[in-house]
Design a protein around this ligand. Structure first.
Ligand code: AMP
Length: 228
């Protein structure tokens, strides 16, 4: 990390939760509201795959299988991104850390610049609902706004509400077969982080089964309290 570009006061929020819990949707709303930067390791890895980098080549098959990419690759990608100047506004980590090794590496990275985690917010959901949530989701290929076939269709069919784009994308790993592996990876490797952050006094829990806007209101209050 470049200590010259990241002041010690830059807030760090973590969104924890299984695939489909709404981390990406909520992170985007917090980004808009607070000006923090959403850092999604899934997005960074998908960009690496699309660009054909060495990390992307190593990650591609692992991601398609719904398994976790190696800690070394993900930590290196996150470390590089955190060093970018825009992260001085504060960051919302979406999908990182996902293992205890990553959580410890993050603590080390942040301590190098005197930063700390303001809050780790666990989005709590029922596994049973996640398959439907994930199988129906898609995003605008132009601005990244998220949609869902059943829960959040565009107001005008085929046109993005935010940017009027007409090019929509579905993720290759958002299918019923891969979701099972992704949920298993979450429970085995990521769920233990709830206790990890609880022990640090940084954990907040939010019931994320309700309406997107209600959850956003709760998160907004938590984020405001944690970063002031
Ligand atoms: P996501 O977009 O967060 O659902 O991530 C999509 C996929 O990218 C995951 O199923 C993993 O294969 C990989 N991935 C994303 N973030 C991480 C991470 N922090 N550690 C390991 N693998 C990750």
């Amino acid at each position: 990390m470049d200590g010259n570009t990241t002041p010690t006061t830059a807030p760090v929020l973590i969104l924890l939760g299984p695939p489909g819990a709404g981390k990406g949707t909520q992170a985007r709303m917090l980004e808009e509201q607070f000006g923090f930067v959403q850092l999604s390791t899934g997005d960074l890895l998908r960009a690496a795959v699309a660009a054909g980098t060495e990390a992307g080549k190593a990650a591609k098959a692992v991601m398609e299988a719904g398994d976790l990419v190696s800690d070394a690759i993900v930590i290196a990608i996150l470390r590089d991104r955190l060093a970018d100047a825009d992260c001085a506004k504060g960051v919302i980590l979406d999908g990182f850390p996902r293992t205890t090794v990553q959580a410890e590496a993050l603590d080390t990275l942040l301590s190098e610049t005197g930063q700390k985690i303001n809050a780790a917010i666990s989005l709590e959901v029922d596994d049973a609902a996640m398959v439907d949530r994930i199988s129906g989701r898609f995003t605008c290929g132009t601005c990244g706004e998220g949609y869902h076939d059943s829960f959040k269709a565009p107001l005008t069919d085929g046109q993005c509400d935010k940017c009027n784009g007409t090019d929509f994308k579905r993720r290759a790993d958002d299918n019923a077969e891969t979701v099972g592996a992704r949920l298993a990876a979450y429970h085995e490797q990521t769920a233990p982080l709830i206790a990890f952050y609880d022990a640090q006094g940084a954990l907040a829990r939010v019931d994320a089964m309700g309406a997107i806007d209600d959850i956003a209101t709760q998160l907004s209050t938590l984020a405001a309290n944690a970063t002031r």
